[in-house]
Design a protein around this ligand. Structure first.
Ligand code: HSE
Length: 316
């Protein structure tokens, strides 16, 4: 994002991509942006102070219009409270990401909102400052502060975030020749509900296993080691608890893995399921995953996404 050409505008529209939270092995700390879909937010200067949401259109429309109950609105209130500009901000939100899909919809709205609002400010904020403001928005929707959707939606690519109050954000290189297949069954799964069922305690052996998997996955990404990625992209803590929330999950995962996927798991809190797949096998894996969901009685949308590091940006 080139901030200098965007600052101080009367209005701006930003696009923020969807994202795969957790990426199987990094619960709440690892996420991947997905360009295929995303949310758009337009911010306009107003003489009236404060933040107003004038319209919500697209895939989800029954979201709160009250700014402090809306992820996009709350994130921009956070900017206004800190920056105290001599104008107010009006937002229109165009949702491209389905509600409760596990594709980071609430995060994308918050991220697009802060990127658009930032373009109106006389002095642009840093990406890290925008991340913190967007986190305030995400907390409204999910009831917890996690950055694994916000950070990749804002920065782009495979993103590791260490720390919450003072987050360190690292974009992790991704291997060439691999695509991300995403299959979204037509059902809604609220993040709050999917978090509520998680046990507070984890066995030491599972911690060791998952730690090795996260380290192995990241090492595999840094060294283009597809064999190591394939061995490590395996969630032994969260997926076994959440799989029951997604009808047909085991069959969908089996279809992906038997079709040649390196790994397959739940995208964020679900119900979308993602798989990292060598490019040549990705269409076959997608078809197998869709067929398995269909067999469980669920219609789906499916995407094959390149692994690209494009984050949110001003588009108009
Ligand atoms: N890390 C969060 C979770 C992502 O899995 O609950 C929610 O999109």
């Amino acid at each position: 994002m080139n901030d200098s050409i965007h600052k101080g505008r009367e209005s701006a529209t930003a696009f923020a991509p969807a994202s795969v939270g957790n990426v199987a092995v990094g619960f709440d700390v690892l996420g991947l942006s997905v360009q295929a879909i995303g949310d758009r937010v337009t911010a306009r200067r107003t003489t009236e102070r404060g933040v107003r949401i004038t319209a919500i259109t697209g895939t989800v429309v029954d979201l709160p219009l009250e700014a402090d109950r809306n992820t996009a609105g709350r994130a921009v209130i956070s900017i206004i409270e800190e920056q105290a500009p001599d104008f107010g901000i009006e937002l229109t939100i165009e949702k491209g990401i389905p509600l409760g899909s596990g594709l980071g919809g609430s995060a994308a709205s918050a991220v697009a909102a802060v990127v658009a609002a930032n373009a109106l400010l006389p002095t642009s904020l840093s990406q890290l400052a925008l991340l913190k403001h967007a986190m305030h928005g995400e907390a409204v929707a999910s009831g917890s502060v996690h950055v694994d959707n916000i950070a990749p939606s804002l920065f782009g690519g495979l993103v590791l975030t260490v720390g919450v109050d003072n987050p360190n954000v690292k974009q992790i290189p991704m291997p060439p020749g691999v695509h991300c297949v995403l299959v979204h069954p037509h059902m809604v799964l609220a993040t709050k509900e999917a978090r509520k069922i998680l046990k507070p305690d984890v066995s030491l052996s599972d911690v060791i296993w998952q730690t090795a998997n996260l380290a192995g996955f990241l090492a595999g990404c840094f060294t283009n080691d597809l064999r190591l990625i394939g061995e490590s992209l395996n969630d032994v803590i969260i997926e076994p608890q959440r799989r029951v929330l997604i009808p047909g999950f085991d069959a969908v995962k089996h279809a992906a893995m038997s079709g040649g996927a390196l790994g397959c798991s739940i995208s964020g809190a679900g119900p979308t399921v993602f798989a990292w797949v060598p490019t040549e096998q990705s269409a076959q894996v997608r078809d197998g995953m869709v067929a398995a969901f269909n067999a469980a009685g669920l219609q789906c949308d499916a995407w094959i996404s390149t692994l690209e590091a494009h984050g949110a940006h001003v588009i108009a």
